[in-house]
Design a protein around this ligand. Structure first.
Ligand code: ATP
Ligand code: LTN
Length: 335
């Protein structure tokens, strides 16, 4: 009998266990992952291989990996619907990354703005992994015949490179990889730093006041919003040059679902103090249940283990098939 059930498209995304997950990661990525679970066959990975492009303390990294997985679950991702796994548990990521390194040009990697930013920040450790990082990211995506990749704005350039690598390989060896599309949310794709609103909010920012983390205590969240850099106009409106207020309006709007006009009306004639407190409050309320669930899950190591083991098993099955196809195309003798 003909199978009429339509196959869902495959979606992949990753998050680095390099620090505390921020409001930027949540609004730009994780929250949308949950919304996409029903429409796509999703794989979400804690990309621990990527994390060591910057020095990590081993004990802290191990904790951070488990905490990141717990946060993904606490944010509502379901291991019944999606494949959740640690990147290092599926060896094919590193294997395909090596192959793709040989089809990625020095010039292309040199143009990556994340490499330029991170090598400026870590001038004492500009290692080859940091430089070749986008080839590993391309491997993550291409291993699973991924069609959609939900990311924040900052990852668009890496995704374009992944597409170029896939097309280049397909051009030489014939149809091998599916060429993926980015999925960048309309609102929340670029949450700015609270301390320097022209820069992106980043979990590795040494300034604690620049970001709000999912696991921050309510008082800390409120304090960080109260201190957020704004301007001297004292009118809540979205306009060029008002980066701080625009950012707070984006945050408020993407959590409450209100448009900029609605927010302007709501805070008409009220000062920034009121507005900042309101933004802090909606963030606190959004994060409170996630934080509570995270703490519960972290105490249930057996459950977490069952999730990441099953995830790696399912991911490995898919990844093995793609890698075998690639090796065959390259001309390697079959095992
Ligand atoms: P780091 O500071 O270590 O570079 P990061 O905060 O950029 O980390 P990643 O783990 O690299 O976080 O990114 C996870 C996801 O979050 C990616 O899809 C990325 O595009 C998204 N993201 C990161 N920062 C922001 C932000 N400020 N606004 C919106 N999305 C973001
Ligand atoms: N490079 C991304 C994390 C990442 C990723 C991926 C995202 C690694 N592999 C594959 C989407 C798909 C980052 O630094 N935010």
């Amino acid at each position: 009998m003909e199978n009429t059930a339509e196959k869902k498209k495959i979606l992949f995304s990753g998050i680095q266990p390099t620090g505390r997950i921020t409001l930027g990661n949540y609004l730009g990525a994780v929250r949308n992952w949950r919304l996409l679970e029903d429409t796509y066959d999703c794989l979400y990975s804690v990309v621990d291989l990527h994390a060591i492009t910057v020095r990590q303390d081993p004990a802290a990294l191990r904790k951070q990996c488990l905490s990141t997985l717990a946060l993904l679950l606490a944010s509502g991702l379901s291991p019944e619907k999606s494949i959740l796994f640690f990147q290092s548990h599926v060896a094919e990521h590193a294997e395909l990354a090596w192959v793709l390194n040989c089809y990625t040009m020095f010039g292309e990697l040199s143009r990556m703005t994340q490499f330029k930013d991170k090598s400026a920040k870590h001038a004492d450790n500009i290692n080859a992994g940091l430089f070749a990082y986008p080839a590993l990211m391309a491997a993550d995506i291409l291993l699973y015949k991924t069609e959609m990749v939900p990311v924040g704005q900052d990852q668009k350039q890496h995704l374009e490179l992944a597409r170029n690598i896939a097309e280049r390989f397909n051009g030489i060896y014939g149809d091998t990889f599916v060429v993926p599309e980015p999925y960048i949310p309309k609102v929340g794709a670029k949450i700015a730093s609270l301390a320097e609103p022209t820069k992106k909010m980043s979990k590795s920012d040494p300034n604690e006041n620049s970001f709000v983390a999912l696991l921050d205590k309510p008082d800390d969240i409120m304090r960080k919003f109260k201190r957020a850099v704004t301007d001297s106009e004292a009118v809540v409106r979205y306009a060029e040059g008002k980066d701080g207020i625009n950012n707070l309006m984006t945050i408020y709007g993407s959590i409450t679902g209100k448009s900029f006009e609605e927010i302007e009306r709501e805070f008409d004639g009220r000062g920034y103090g009121d507005f900042k407190a309101a933004v802090g409050e909606v963030v606190v309320n959004e994060f409170a249940p996630i934080r509570e669930k995270h703490d519960q899950l972290l105490n249930d190591k057996a459950y977490l283990e069952s999730v990441y083991k099953q995830g790696a098993e399912k991911a490995s099955y898919m990844a093995r098939k793609t890698l075998a196809k690639v090796y065959k195309k390259l001309g390697y003798v079959a095992k």
